[in-house]
Design a protein. Structure first.
Length: 64
């Protein structure tokens, strides 16, 4: 029973990590190419990318 719960949590973490990476990357591209939102948007999207990468890394590390 606990293994299923752990597996489901791990899958959810991976989904959240990829979601953060997608949002961060698209946000950075849109900021650079289209909208010119400024430094605060750049920092926000960069933080989303960093958190996504860390979450993904920890999810795979705990998996093995």
């Amino acid at each position: 029973m606990r293994d299923k719960g752990k597996e489901r949590m791990s899958k959810n973490r991976i989904r959240i990590a990829f979601g953060l990476l997608i949002v961060g990357t698209l946000g950075l591209l849109l900021n650079e190419l289209l909208f010119r939102w400024g430094r605060s948007a750049t920092l926000l999207f960069t933080i989303a990318n960093i958190i996504g990468l860390l979450l993904l890394g920890f999810s795979y590390k705990n998996r093995n």
